[in-house]
Unconditional design. Structure first.
Length: 337
């Protein structure tokens, strides 16, 4: 029995998380879900977007499965609850895999890229403010540390080794940002020497975007600082069929949090339109993390069957489809039988 803190989240969160829990439970794995609240749902109920009870639960379980969160604007004391959680539990590596699906038609059919994004510092360190009372000069500080860079870059190389990957590319802007990006690049170069079996490549971030759109097959594992990883992972999502498909793992030394890459999608909330695939695949990553490889493989095969058949899928994957979030979840459960 594994204890997992379950945060359903805001917007489309509860609807996709219900399907994910249904699918995970149907796989036969024994999970004890501890429901907790964060984001807007928590603010409305407890007056804070990150209640002590929620952190107490994660302190116990060291493992969270989370839907997207809306950060309450103004007054809550947080810029982003997602960033706050990543920083509090030092979830320094954000792993976002994007792989082509046989049944989802896009420009390329051979995309297989894993982004490892630094998740606790860089431009998301939270050091942003106005310099003048008139609020006409704003300043944001990017913090890059050797320790912070080292742990995520090591994670990327180890991930490549453990998952039979051939290459790690560091995407950076060290030509302009010589100190912050320069430090990250230096650490990547030093680290590459320690992994002679993994090919190492370095690319400037803007050129990386162009190369990725022209020929994504040249990328394998990518490691980069926080904001570049955020932006690049939406790009890779677009290459394989959209945000409804991409899971994310946030990994620290003694805690981990699994979620979708996408946000709360207010434009489709409450319409039974949201694609549950991204959070279900985040669940697959969580089960693999727990060593429950059999259940993970079973769910993955069922999701692939349903997505690739293209029949019981949400309209983001098939505009003709009349199928919603719930029907897609049911189809995945059926496919596991
Ligand atoms: P947030 O501020 O919470 O990040 P957002 O407005 O940036 O929300 P996203 O959730 O990041 O919205 O989504 C961007 C676009 O992708 C939206 O048009 C949304 O409808 C679509 N989208 C996101 N997730 C899904 C999903 N699971 N299924 C279908 N469409 C999705
Ligand atoms: Mg968003």
């Amino acid at each position: 029995m594994h204890a997992v803190t379950l945060i359903k989240g805001d917007g489309i969160g509860p609807s996709i998380m219900d399907e994910a829990v249904k699918v995970i439970d149907a796989s036969g794995v024994k999970i004890q879900w501890e429901e907790a609240f964060a984001g807007l749902a928590a603010f409305e109920q407890f007056g804070t977007p990150l209640p002590d009870e929620t952190m107490a639960s994660i302190d116990r379980t060291r493992l969270a499965f989370k839907g997207p969160l809306t950060t309450v604007v103004g007054g809550s004391g947080f810029r982003s609850i997602n960033v706050a959680l990543r920083q509090k539990y030092e979830l320094y590596a954000n792993v976002r895999p994007a792989k082509s699906w046989a049944g989802v038609k896009t420009r390329y059919d051979d995309v297989d890229i894993v982004i490892v994004r630094e998740n606790t510092e860089g431009l998301y360190a939270g050091l942003e403010h106005y310099l003048t009372p008139k609020k006409d000069i704003a300043e944001s500080l990017a913090v890059v540390t050797r320790t912070g860079s080292q742990r995520v870059i090591d994670y990327a190389f180890k991930y490549a080794q453990d998952n039979n990957r051939k290459k790690v590319t560091v995407c950076h802007k060290a030509n302009i940002l010589k100190f912050t990006q320069g430090l990250f690049l230096d650490v990547a170069r030093e680290t590459a020497v320690r992994y002679p079996d993994i090919q190492f490549d370095e690319k400037i971030i803007d050129a990386s975007c162009m190369h990725m759109v022209m020929d994504p097959s040249q990328f394998d594992v990518i490691v980069c600082t926080n904001m570049f990883g955020d932006i690049l992972s939406d790009l890779t999502a677009g290459l394989v069929g959209g945000l409804g498909l991409i899971p994310g793992a946030n990994i620290g030394n003694d805690a981990a949090l699994f979620e979708a890459v996408h946000g709360s999608a207010p434009d489709i909330t409450g319409k039974n339109l949201a694609n549950p695939t991204a959070v279900i695949m985040a669940g697959v990553m969580m089960l693999d993390h727990l060593g429950e490889h059999e259940a993970a493989a079973k769910i993955k095969a069922a999701v692939e069957k349903v997505v690739n058949e293209g029949k019981f899928v949400t309209p983001d994957l098939n505009p003709q489809s009349k199928c919603g979030t719930i029907e897609m979840g049911n189809a995945i459960v059926e496919a596991m039988k």
